[in-house]
Design a protein around this ligand. Structure first.
Ligand code: BYC
Length: 335
């Protein structure tokens, strides 16, 4: 099986040590670790539902990183200068790296990379809604850095304290890199906003198109978020979808002012009583249409990933053939 996991036998079933154990003492020990804000590690006993939730969330997160390379990757060959091209190349490569840390973290839960890719390629697995929108101009690249990576940092900083050790540790590195991504996007936009009227209009147009999908990216409202209560109880999720969305809006409004653009929401205003901004209604029908496969670029994104997987078959086959030969050589030498 093509996997780095140390505990996935061929066939993709959890190894015997990972079978669910109906043991109240083990459950109590697990609860105590979670309640004390400790870490659950791969070889620790864990409830099957906790494992499944983590595999779902971490694999979706990994898929988002890999699919997320596509909208920006679209602009590598058309970056306006050598400096911008080098920055964008590094950023897109970082996203690929994030996907790899996250697939590795998910593998420690007894799933294989083959299973995760199969779920993505067959359309069973979700990935972030935000990557199903097109990147029409160079300003979109800056706006993705500023808003999409900005939203990602807001969502991912609390995940550094997630109860599952491998996920929490992966997120620490991911967040450091996301911080560079957010700054490079904002800096690119600041430069454009000092340019011509056409450049300023391009930035405003990109912000108008990305603002609402970015707000939806935090997930459905808390009262329509089926996974939240249990995710919070297990210490996987630390801050709710709505609370993160509010923090993001409050952090972004002053940045938009410095930039000199208008956020496309007539209802956006400071609410002294709540100590935060009020903002307009999100179009959740649009969000669910995108999540369910009917966004502007869903088909194109999936087709690109499937083609990359098919085109890479010979590399995987060559690596496996080499590993088999090496194993045979080692066994021969040992005999
Ligand atoms: N898109 O009960 P809920 C990046 C689904 S990568 C699609 O609130 P949960 C970057 C949700 O999965 C950023 N689906 O769920 C990369 C669930 O469906 P299932 C990716 C969404 O898990 C490259 C259902 O709706 N970040 O930043 O408690 C370049 C009900 O939701 C979305 C992560 O993946 C969505 N936006 O909370 C640049 C972070 N939202 O699975 C940047 C890790 C919700 O039950 N993930 N759904 O069928 C999380 O923090 C949580 O999983 C979520 C959702 C907040 C996303």
């Amino acid at each position: 099986m093509y996997t780095q996991s140390f505990n996935v036998p061929d066939g993709g079933q959890p190894a015997p040590g990972l079978q669910p154990v109906a043991d109240a003492a083990l459950q109590a020990q697990f609860d105590a670790v979670v309640d004390a804000d400790g870490k659950i590690e791969p070889r620790d006993w864990m409830p099957e539902a906790y494992r499944k939730t983590l595999v779902r969330q971490i694999s979706q997160h990994a898929h988002s990183e890999i699919v997320g390379m596509l909208p920006e990757g679209n602009w590598i060959s058309r970056a306006p200068s050598l400096k911008r091209k080098a920055i964008l190349l590094a950023k897109v490569q970082d996203e690929g790296g994030h996907g790899l840390y996250l697939y590795s973290a998910a593998e420690t839960l007894g799933t294989s990379r083959d299973q995760m890719f199969e779920a993505l390629h067959s359309g069973k697995a979700k990935y972030s809604s935000i990557f199903n929108y097109p990147t029409l101009t160079w300003a979109d690249v800056g706006v993705i850095g500023w808003l999409v990576d900005g939203a990602a940092i807001m969502n991912q900083i609390p995940l550094c304290r997630c109860s599952y050790g491998p996920y929490a540790r992966a997120m620490i590195r991911v967040c450091k890199e996301e911080s560079f991504h957010q700054r490079q996007g904002y800096e690119a936009l600041l430069t454009m906003m000092q340019g011509t009227a056409e450049q300023k209009a391009m930035v405003q147009d990109a912000v108008n198109r990305w603002w609402w999908p970015v707000l939806a990216m935090f997930g459905p409202p808390d009262d329509n978020s089926p996974n939240s209560v249990q995710g919070m109880r297990w210490g996987i999720k630390r801050i709710s979808n709505d609370a993160l969305r509010q923090k993001f809006v409050d952090a972004t409004v002053p940045q938009a002012e410095v930039l000199g653009i208008t956020l496309p929401d007539p209802d956006l205003k400071w609410n002294e009583a709540k100590g935060g901004h009020d903002f307009g209604a999100i179009d959740w029908d649009d969000f669910w249409a995108v999540v369910n496969g009917n966004g502007p670029c869903n088909k194109e994104r999936l087709a690109t990933r499937v083609k990359a997987w098919d085109d890479g078959a010979w590399v995987r086959e060559a690596a496996l053939a080499h590993a088999r030969k090496e194993q045979q050589r080692t066994m021969k030498e040992a005999a």
